[in-house]
Design a protein around this ligand. Sequence first.
Ligand code: NAP
Length: 348
Amino acid sequence: MINKETPVLVTGGSGYIASWVVQQLLEQGYKVNATVRNKSKIAKVDHLLNLQKKFTGKLKLYEADLLKEGSFENAMKGCELVIHMASPFKVNVKDAQKELLDPALKGTRNLLKQVNETATVKRVVLTSSVVAIYGDAADIKETKKGIFTEADWNTTSSLKHQPYSYSKTLAEKEAWQLQKQQNRWDLVVINPSFVMGPSLSNRTDGESTDFMIQLLSGSFKAGAPYLSFGFVDVRDVAAAHILAGTKETASGRHITCATSKTMLETALILRKEFGDQYKLPSKQLPKFLMYLVGPFAGFSWKFVRNNIGIPVVFDNTYSQDDLGLVYRDLSDTLKDQVNQLIESGHVQ
Ligand code: NAP
């Protein structure tokens, strides 16, 4: 469907997931225009500079900021496919409006305004999240069959409670609304669960990498909160984006999640692979203790009540049926991520 002579735009191209999208596109023979915030921040872009050397003439870097109007104009010129991935992924913020909501929502509007003004664009793939599907684990009680599906929307997050989830929900809703106002380009959405797996860059400031480093370095040695997550491999999420962009028939939202596990179950998988060399948690913290210590660790009572001790489950069949996505085993994902962190010197 996408002409390989036209470049694919990937926004936020230096990010953890986006870097894999860029690499896989190049490996499949596509040309890529990737936007980054600042080309001179070598620590953030050096892995893209390496890809530029490896795939000569195939990867162009552009500077763009979500909040700057017209920012994506040059990078989008001549593109048929736009993969919009840039959006802040941070859990601890001081000013949720400024740090999360504005870049996510205004950024999506800004990007899609440019899509409307760029006649070559046929399809937009938006990176949303499962947090646009649910806010708190307790929301699972409201689902028809006790499992989250693409039919569900997050109705419980707000600027004060789970603001990151709120930012992703509003951004995805806005994208669907803007898509419906025209009929030149279609929209396909990827809703990843918590993404794990090796990083192509040496950065450790992303939430996915940070989570793994905390787990390995003993932050939960005294006990892990009973928090249940959906997990998916970063390479599979990248593949899902490319399938969503290149498969003519792809449509709608796609939960991308290989499996659900608690933090303790995740630690057990790691212990099986790596033995006792890391300070992994070996027990779960009781919920009453979470009420006591939670507020000091940034967990409000509302968060504890609606999340601790409640398992989440996701239906991933649509991603397999519509995109043909095949999921890696979580133990391979975690093993590859730890080995990459060892190789890059971030953990022993
Ligand atoms: P990441 O590495 O932090 O990537 C976020 C990207 O957004 C970075 O490239 C960042 O640029 C860019 N960005 C942030 N604010 C921007 C702004 N104002 N203007 C332009 N670019 C901006 O995190 P990630 O995990 O790869 O996340 C990528 C996408 O996946 C996000 O949309 C996130 O919500 C979504 N997602 C992630 C997960 C997960 O578990 N990791 C799960 C579901 C969905 P800089 O490099 O300059 O900071």
